[in-house]
Write a protein that binds this ligand. Structure first.
Ligand code: NAP
Length: 472
């Protein structure tokens, strides 16, 4: 049952504005309205860009940016329960996971504050070439300009934090468009940033029609950088449409894990919750597990009961492990993908009375089935029996995606081989590839994106170097 009802205006140029039009935000679990957000269109987005331009005319020094970021981290700590409950209400994320997300957002702001204070160029060793003799050169790291940030529904607080905090650390003003399903956490973060002393225009939040707001962000030359987290279809199209902007994309995955014959004994226990946390709606939720044939019977016998023991139900209940998926369309698509997978359904496979999909385990699906190579983004995991590490690596790579992958083995050479040969932005060893610490360089290759987030890396993306050469 939803307990927080919020009504939120938009932040544009330091003012909280209404537009006369409201977007209702509903709980994916109960369907109840949990809040309303003022709805913006092209006009408010252009106004937000004007405000960002005006703000950047007076740069904020690094120490002030860092102080604001630290204050927001502190406020997130004090408001931890409110933040977690709002995430739970609007995203249907179980409280257990919502609390982790709220805590991680603190970490993201804290690391961004460190980066704001460290932001500096470098010396260029000019006399390393004859032409440079008698000259001194160094680089300045300058903000790229106004950032257009677009975020997805599944981490409505921390992935917004990964946009806003590095942009401020880099000295850029931002126009944020959060996901329409989950705009309330973003607007709460905006409130915390304003309360922390962020001057008008440095952050502007517009909620509303994706194409209308997206078109303005793409077409307005004053927006120097777009940072997008979401699905590949939308992301790559944005990049195509904005060839002269810096476009950073964080996209999906079909996350594989290799379980070798010498995997540690707690492997099934680690992987079971990591395949179903937030009903699989994380870009690095474990989706495809490739199990060595020597290990198959033992692994299946341990994994399936652990999946069946997960508590499925109301996300507001502190005991719940697996809640709803975001909406009916997602549920129908996921059930259709399970039905066409052509494997043995060992657990779940259907919706229960309340419309929740039971955590689903499919053994040996067809390699061409969507669950074997596309992103399910739901509570579904596949188990496939493999005869060698070669085969497991080949199957893990047989997807257009490349965000994170994992291997469980006690053999160092197998682990290092996987680290080299898995075509992914990150490889975890004896840890589920669902693992992410917010300071890590995080991002994908292939269809999964073209950038790295984590405040240190995002700040680099959002700044550019200018070289200064001085004749001595
Ligand atoms: P989505 O449908 O692509 O939406 C993401 C954002 O893009 C939303 O704010 C959406 O607005 C907006 N959008 C949609 N069409 C647009 C357009 N034409 N122009 C501008 N903006 C547009 O993705 P989602 O369903 O929210 O999120 C799930 C996806 O995100 C999955 O693929 C997941 O793997 C990926 N993801 C990746 C990472 C990562 O770090 N790599 C992290 C989390 C999620 P509306 O909500 O208004 O439609």
């Amino acid at each position: 049952m939803a307990t927080t009802v919020a009504e939120r205006k938009l932040l544009v140029g330091g003012d909280w504005i209404e537009t006369g039009d409201w977007l209702e935000v509903r709980s994916p679990y109960s369907g109840d309205v949990v809040g309303r957000a003022a709805k913006a269109g092209a006009r408010e987005t252009a106004r937000a860009i004007d405000a960002a331009e005006e703000a950047m005319r007076e740069p904020l020094p690094a120490h002030r940016r860092a102080e604001i970021l630290v204050k927001v981290a502190g406020a997130l700590g004090r408001r931890h329960d409110d933040v977690a409950r709002l995430i739970c209400d609007e995203a249907g994320k179980p409280m257990k996971a919502a609390r982790v997300e709220a805590k991680r957002a603190m970490s993201t702001f804290t690391f961004a504050a460190v980066e704001a204070r460290k932001l500096a160029g470098e010396m260029v060793p000019m006399d390393a070439a004859q032409a440079g003799e008698g000259k001194l050169a160094f680089t300045l790291r300058l903000p790229r300009g106004i950032v257009g940030a677009i975020s997805p529904f599944n981490f409505p607080c921390n992935l917004v934090a990964h946009k806003l905090a590095p942009a401020l650390a880099a000295g850029c003003a931002t126009v944020l468009k959060p996901a329409s399903a989950t705009p309330l956490s973003a607007l709460l973060l905006a409130e915390l940033m304003a309360d922390a002393g962020l001057p008008p225009g440095w952050l502007n939040v517009v909620v509303g029609s994706a194409s209308e707001i997206g078109d303005v962000l793409v077409d307005d030359d004053r927006v120097a950088a777009l940072t997008f987290t979401g699905s590949g279809d939308v992301g790559w199209k944005l990049k195509e449409r904005a060839p002269r902007k810096h476009v950073a994309l964080e996209l999906g995955n079909a996350t594989p894990v290799i379980v070798c014959a010498d995997a540690p004994p707690d492997t099934a226990a680690t992987l079971a919750p990591n395949s179903f946390s937030y009903a699989g709606q994380s870009c690095i939720s474990v989706q495809r597990i490739y199990v060595a044939d020597e290990m198959w019977d033992e692994f299946v016998a341990e994994f399936v009961p652990r999946v069946e023991a997960l508590v499925v139900g109301d996300p507001a209940d502190e005991e719940t492990d697996v809640g709803p998926v975001i909406d009916d369309d997602a549920r129908e698509r996921i059930l259709a993908w399970i039905a066409e997978s052509d494997g043995d359904v060992l657990a779940g496979g259907e919706a229960d009375g309340a419309g929740l999909i039971r955590p689903t385990v499919i053994a040996n699906p067809s390699p061409d089935a969507k669950v074997s190579c596309e992103e399910v983004f739901g509570p579904v995991v596949t188990l496939t029996c493999t005869r060698s590490l070669d085969e497991a690596i080949e199957l893990a790579n047989s997807t257009r995606y490349g965000l994170q992958a994992g291997i469980f083995t006690r053999d160092l050479s197998s682990a290092l081989r996987a680290a080299r040969e898995l075509e992914f932005g990150g490889v975890t060893v004896n840890e589920a590839p669902t693992f992410r610490a917010d300071q890590m360089p995080y991002g994908g290759v292939k269809a999964s994106g073209n950038t790295r987030e984590g405040p240190a890396y995002a700040v680099r993306e959002l700044t550019e170097q200018r070289v200064v050469v001085i004749q001595l």
